[in-house]
Design a binder for this molecule. Structure first.
Ligand SMILES: Cc1cc2nc3c(=O)[nH]c(=O)nc-3n(C[C@H](O)[C@H](O)[C@H](O)COP(=O)(O)OP(=O)(O)OC[C@H]3O[C@@H](n4cnc5c(N)ncnc54)[C@H](O)[C@@H]3O)c2cc1C
Length: 488
């Protein structure tokens, strides 16, 4: 039993509950014939090593769902790599500085339509149905325990502490350089899935007006480690008013920060979560079928609306002394002055001084800056290469989203320039303009995984059709054995 498991009420999980659940999962998979037998051809790399059919980068929620869906479809020669140690995938135990997930507990999770793999099934098996009823929202650590259970139960071939550094094309394959504590390695794969998380398609968004010389002692993005203990009694500035900005404000104050000033450009906080209003199968299945003009317009609408911070997080910050929010406040520049951060606000020459600045302005998407692709990233087609919006729908940044194919595959900017890019599938927030919000947050995870795995299965089948046809012609199991109609 994993003794680190505890429920929201501090109960230890019941070993027999989880053991029984493992049997239920095994039976469910058996009844569905999952995983199917492996069928793609075995391919050898130029250096004589065996080639993986699919190499998945990232073992978070989307990497788990994608890998499981591939295995279920008989694409069993896969490898999964995550640069973090086991149990530390994704933001949950590091930069997600909230107490619980924002999502309702009733979402199935990356269960791929199998009831015994849902979060609820796992939680009830571990802690009982009363604990499930008593659960309000899912604590971050509990979510991680569930994801780890999925990894184990589905026997996913994950290698942790293995960082994918570079992907390059070679002889119709993808050459993948991997760094591990034991040294560097190269592997070849026919397809790569980048399930690299929220910042995986461009990195942290840091506004241009913020002086980069503030790092490391005077500033951090919310997606970076922050020594909150060192901020005790200090005056903290926070840029942005989204969920992470509020989480960091609350965390700083809970650690004894003297004052937190949050600077928000909008005059009022967003009131309605349009993302939740569009989290329906219609959007999940239909978005990618829309015309470019419709997808752009819808995405611009959602992007303009932004999501309000969860009310739990707002209350958490407001419960503390020393919190100030400055709505309708535009920051002009942020610079270092000795040991202080100086913020110049627009209008009236206002100037504010802080001991530390936290940047809560979210993530960037830039098809030209996918880290694992290096220079090759400049060949990736972006929305700006394929679609020109009307004047009133021009939005800075949106044109840099990758323009993805129907199976999340990257496309080349100029035909013939980099055809192997289509062997790389981007399963993260960067897919949102092309596919809607299915490759990032929990509600769409199963739709995205199924779409991705179906597309990869079809493309491998197409690629392997000659040997697959040969196998079919060689296939000779007689069906009429023992009947008068057996013909030899
Ligand atoms: C602070 C925060 C809170 C969120 N809260 C919610 C919420 O409550 N509800 C919700 O639905 N969504 C939420 N999200 C959005 C989304 O669900 C999460 O980002 C979730 O982690 C996405 O899962 P993922 O598998 O795509 O990425 P991740 O969980 O981030 O996993 C990606 C993995 O890829 C690995 N990786 C990246 N690059 C490499 C590389 N080159 N080599 C090897 N490994 C690599 C990372 O180590 C990481 O473990 C939140 C996001 C953030 C940032």
């Amino acid at each position: 039993m994993d003794s680190s498991l505890t429920s929201i009420r501090g109960d230890a999980p019941t070993f027999s509950g989880l053991a029984t659940q493992a049997k239920t999962v095994a039976r469910d998979l058996d009844m569905l014939g999952y995983p199917a037998a492996n069928w793609p051809s075995q391919v050898t790399a130029p250096d004589g090593t065996p080639v993986a059919d699919v190499l998945v980068v990232g073992a978070g929620m989307n990497g788990i769902a994608a890998s499981a869906s591939l295995l279920f479809k008989g694409i069993r020669n896969i490898r999964i790599f995550d640069r973090n140690p086991a149990g530390r995938e994704g933001p949950w135990l590091t930069f997600a500085r909230m107490d619980t997930l924002r999502s309702p507990k009733t979402l199935p999770g990356p269960a791929l339509g199998i009831p015994s793999l849902t979060f609820r099934a796992w939680y009830e098996a571990a802690f009982g149905t009363d604990a499930w009823e008593a659960l309000y929202k899912i604590p971050n650590a509990t979510w991680v325990e569930y994801l780890a259970w999925l990894q184990r139960t589905l026997r996913l071939p994950i290698e942790h502490e293995a960082s994918v550094r570079r992907i390059t094309p070679l002889a119709g394959l993808l050459r993948v350089e991997i760094e591990t504590p034991q040294g560097e390695r190269t592997l070849f794969a026919r397809r790569v899935v980048l399930a690299t998380g929220r910042g995986g398609a461009g990195g942290d968004h840091i506004p241009d007006f913020v002086d980069r010389n503030l790092w490391p002692d005077l500033a951090a993005h919310t997606n970076e480690p922050i020594d909150f203990g060192a901020l005790r009694g200090k005056r903290i500035g926070i840029l942005g008013g989204g969920a992470s900005a509020w989480d960091n404000a609350a965390t700083a104050l809970e650690h004894g920060a003297g004052h937190v000033d949050m600077y928000v450009r909008r005059p009022v906080l967003p009131q309605i979560n349009k993302g939740r209003g569009s989290a329906s199968p219609g959007y999940f299945y239909g978005w990618s079928a829309l015309k470019d003009t419709e997808r752009w317009s819808l995405f611009a609408y959602l992007n303009d609306a932004q999501a309000p911070p969860p009310h739990e997080t707002v209350h958490r910050a407001l419960r503390q002394q020393g919190f100030n929010i400055h709505l309708g406040t535009s920051v002009r520049t942020v610079e270092r002055r000795g040991r202080k951060v100086v913020i110049h606000l627009s209008g009236a020459g206002a100037l504010r001084e802080h001991d530390f600045l936290i940047i809560g302005t979210g993530f960037h998407v830039n098809a030209g800056a996918i880290p694992e692709l290096g220079d090759w990233s400049s060949s990736v087609a972006r929305w700006r290469d394929r679609y020109v919006p009307p004047e009133e729908l021009q939005r800075p940044g949106l044109g840099d989203f990758p323009y993805l194919g129907p199976g999340f595959e990257l496309m080349e900017r100029t035909p013939g320039q980099a055809p192997e890019l289509s062997q790389i599938h981007l399963l993260n927030h960067g897919a949102a303009l092309s596919h809607g919000a299915i490759a990032s947050d929990i509600p769409g995870v199963n739709v995205a995984a199924e779409r991705l795995a179906t597309a990869i299965a079809a493309s491998l089948f197409r690629e392997d059709i000659a040997p697959i046809r040969q196998d079919l012609e060689a296939f000779n199991e007689l069906e009429l054995e023992g009947t008068p109609f057996l013909a030899r």
